[in-house]
Write a protein that binds this ligand. Structure first.
Ligand code: ADP
Length: 448
């Protein structure tokens, strides 16, 4: 081997960095491999927040939540095929993971709500900064402070095992160095999902052939092959989530928080057609039924000023605006008169506290202040629910149903946590909790 360490962590997204910091703090020596030239994977694009129940932040805001409610929401969102043991880990450790990140320097003090949640439990930075970029920055700073060895342009191509099936190292293809191997007794596979690989996506769900993706270029799923070649079982690969709102003009994902903070969705006829904050699969399916398979997010200045991220979309030039709703609609090929009526009707529902058309549970503000805005959106592949099969210690399970000694996995590369459909805000929670647990358990394993 060219190097020797205790644990090799494959991937530098939220799961890999959490594992790296946690394993280091349990006394293990780690090397992180990242095939891309930069840190953060898809995690750095995450815009929503981090779901957690019974946190100090919720308490400070008087929000009542419970572990049962978060479990119920997560299972319902996942159409009840989630692995209950993994959901229990996600839920019971969620507040602890927020504390852990806060202890490392994160700000998760703002608490909002995303689709499929019964109460406000999506923790995010104050002032509307993107949660993923913030979490990656905090974890990366902590990794640097600990002098953790992170190698960019370094792809893990094979997990090496001895005759007893115990992990002994990883074969690496370095961008400049060529192939070499690292000797290690444990590996954490944290390589993320495969939404960006449309061939793989369409082979599993033909309906998604040719779909755009919201993901970073590295989300190709080669980590799945690395794990599978080392004997790992796969779970729920066919469940692939489309995010309902990719900007048609800009190709950027428009965060669910725009709807959570009050935007509505209308079609070209100017009508609402769905509870805007339903689960992602339902919202996506509803948009695909509309004329031209697109819809428009409509909001006003009060929504704009509630969410910093919206300024970014405005800078990108994908948010036409007008002081008149009718004129805004007409300029975009939406029936402007009908749009005006739909917004007035929605505002009555807000005032009455009850959505008489689609039973939208959360209507934080009426749409009647200042300028009006529209973003044309269409669904795109966003998250791959399935992946490597793990147990509730983060250990990888083989195709024979046995734990593979020394092989751990965490984050989007795994299957089971989210069932058939992931709730917004549960990804950051997943990667931090499972990344940390995999790192700690890998550290305990190599000490034995
Ligand atoms: P998660 O949210 O589960 O942490 P991310 O997508 O944020 O997932 O991070 C996964 C990271 O793993 C990405 O930065 C990706 O480039 C990297 N990666 C994927 N496959 C490999 C591989 N074979 N070797 C090294 N890094 C990989």
């Amino acid at each position: 081997p060219r190097d020797t360490t205790d644990i090799v962590i494959i991937g530098s997204g939220g799961a890999g960095l959490s594992a790296a910091v946690a394993a280091h703090d349990k006394g293990a020596k780690v090397i992180v491999l990242e095939k891309e030239p930069l840190v953060g994977g898809n995690t750095k694009l995450a815009a929503g927040g981090m779901n957690a129940a019974l946190t100090k932040q919720q308490k400070a805001k008087g929000i009542e939540d419970s572990l049962e409610l978060m479990t119920e929401d997560t299972m319902k969102g996942g159409r009840n095929i989630n692995d209950p043991a993994l959901v229990e880990v996600l839920v019971t450790h969620s507040a602890g993971s927020v504390d852990w990140l806060t202890g490392l320097g994160a700000d998760l003090n703002d608490v909002g709500r995303m689709g499929g949640a019964s109460v406000n439990r999506t923790h995010r930075p104050t002032g509307g900064a993107g949660v993923g970029a913030h979490v990656v920055q905090v974890l990366y700073d902590n990794a640097e402070k600990r002098e953790i060895d992170i190698r960019f342009n370094s792809r893990a191509v094979e997990i090496l095992e001895d005759d007893n099936g115990q992990v002994r190292g990883v074969l690496v293809k370095g961008g400049h160095t060529g192939y070499y191997w690292i000797k290690a007794d444990a590996v954490v596979v944290a390589t993320g999902g495969f939404a960006r690989n449309n061939e793989r996506v369409a082979s599993l769900d033909p309906k998604l052939k040719g779909f755009a993706a919201t993901n970073h270029p590295g989300a190709t799923g080669d980590g799945l092959d690395v794990a599978s070649n080392a004997g790992a079982a796969m779970k729920d690969l066919e469940y692939i989530q489309a995010h309902p709102t990719l900007s048609v003009a800009g190709g950027v994902m428009v965060t669910e928080a725009v709807r959570g903070n009050g935007a509505i969705l209308v079609n070209r006829e100017g009508d609402r057609f769905v509870n805007e904050i339903t689960t992602r699969d339902k919202a996506s399916a509803a948009i695909l039924e509309q004329t031209g398979k697109t819809a428009f997010l409509i909001f006003d200045d009060s929504v704009r000023h509630s969410l910093k991220k919206i300024e970014r979309y405005i800078e990108l030039g994908v948010v036409p605006s007008n002081s008149s709703l009718k004129a805004l609609g007409d300029s975009l090929g939406i029936n402007g008169a009908e749009l005006e009526k739909s917004v007035a009707r929605y505002n009555e529902f807000v005032a009455a506290g009850k959505d008489g058309d689609f039973a939208r549970p959360n209507m934080p503000r009426s749409l009647n202040q200042g300028n009006f805005y529209a973003i044309e959106v269409t669904p795109a592949v966003h998250h791959t629910m399935g992946g490597v099969k793990i147990d509730n210690h983060g250990e990888v399970v083989s195709t024979e149903g046995k734990v593979i000694k020394g092989m751990f996995a965490a984050g989007e590369v795994t299957g089971g946590v989210h069932g058939a459909n992931r709730l917004g805000g549960n990804a950051i929670s997943d990667i931090v909790t499972f990344g940390r647990m995999a790192g700690e358990n890998a550290a305990a394993f190599v000490k034995k």
